[in-house]
Design a protein around this ligand. Structure first.
Ligand SMILES: Cc1cc2nc3c(=O)[nH]c(=O)nc-3n(C[C@H](O)[C@H](O)[C@H](O)COP(=O)(O)OP(=O)(O)OC[C@H]3O[C@@H](n4cnc5c(N)ncnc54)[C@H](O)[C@@H]3O)c2cc1C
Length: 297
């Protein structure tokens, strides 16, 4: 039986073969490929077992806010769309059990309402909870790692385990517990108490981000990781005069030099060329090259 026929029979999966993936990343780079949306854990386990049997590789896609999709994706992209009990976020609690597919915007709305300390770190990050934990997403106000108590994962064999977080579970934009093939299913989040000043802090930071980042454009957030506090990618790219540098319809943002804006129709090839040109200039002027923060295959 072909893969497509086998998967179409599984309840809880939404399969899209050879589909246009352009709108599945915030960068909107041209991309085509196979996408399967899993609506529950049982269906997800069946999906990965079938993919394994057919020797098809797969990759997780959250909100695609930190991924450069290829013109033709050879991996099957898996997206989670698990329902979550809205009751969990209706009141303040000590701990929250949430599925990986919940959006950080929903969590920020909760923090604005109840002042859950530590959650201000999530302000303005477009992400699913799973993608944010995988990336240890964060802002100047902190990192998500500091509020994650434990994570449930499914491995490539469909087995589920729980990881309890330790002080070494996360570092800058990295986790140290997701193994190759693991899928983050859900997490238990905690907080550092309640602070009535937090909602105002979050609103001010939202406004600051609106002023300093090209949020209305098609982008993937910060392209490069900072090399050190004194070697911030955006600052050095700006000082080198590279704002506005472009390859095709892809250009370095005038608003924030560590962002690239896709004016429409760009591809991952334009992205590779633009990052190459920038790093060439960084090496020449500052003796440094920057690692990508965004995940590019
Ligand atoms: C306008 C803008 C502003 C941004 N600002 C910030 C910021 O301030 N701070 C910051 O840290 N980031 C920022 N980002 C980048 C991005 O929002 C984060 O990296 C975020 O964590 C990506 O989450 P996602 O759900 O989109 O994951 P994706 O981008 O889809 O995936 C990211 C990685 O996580 C993996 N992954 C996703 N879901 C799962 C899962 N369930 N299980 C296992 N692996 C998984 C993917 O395979 C991939 O390797 C910004 C992006 C944009 C577009």
């Amino acid at each position: 039986m072909t893969l497509a026929i086998e998967l179409e029979k599984v309840t809880g999966l939404d399969c899209r073969w050879n589909t246009d993936l352009t709108s599945f990343s915030t960068f909107r780079l041209k991309s085509q490929g196979d996408l399967v949306i899993a609506h529950d854990e049982k269906a997800l386990a069946v999906l990965i077992n079938i993919l394994r049997t057919h020797k098809r590789s797969w990759r997780m896609l959250g909100w695609g806010a930190n991924q450069v999709l290829a013109p033709v994706e050879t991996d099957v992209l898996i997206q989670l769309d698990f329902t979550h009990d809205p009751e969990v976020l209706i009141q303040a609690r000590d701990e929250y059990v949430l599925p990986a597919s919940v959006g950080l915007n929903v969590l920020t709305a909760h923090a604005i309402k109840f002042g859950t300390l530590g959650w201000e770190a999530l302000t303005g990050i477009p992400a699913s909870l799973g993608g944010a934990i995988y990336m240890n997403a964060g802002t100047a106000l902190g990192e998500i790692g500091s509020i994650v108590k434990s994570v449930r994962l499914m491995n490539a064999q469909g087995e589920v385990r729980e990881e309890v977080m330790t002080p070494t579970s996360f570092s800058y934009r990295k986790n140290h517990f997701v193994r190759t093939g693991d899928i983050i299913l859900s997490a238990v989040l905690t907080h550092g108490g309640f602070d009535t000043a937090l909602p105002d802090k979050i609103r001010k930071y939202q406004e600051y981000r609106r002023q300093t980042q090209p949020l209305a454009t098609k982008n993937c957030g910060c392209v490069f990781k900072n090399a050190a506090p004194t070697r911030q990618a955006g600052r050095l790219i700006d000082l080198t005069g590279l704002k506005g540098l472009s390859v095709g319809a892809l250009r370095v943002s005038h608003k924030h030099a560590n962002f690239m804006e896709n004016a429409g129709g760009s591809s991952s090839e334009d992205f590779s060329e633009l990052t190459r040109l920038i790093n060439q200039q960084m090496k020449l002027h500052w003796g440094v090259t920057f690692e990508l923060e965004v995940k590019a295959v």
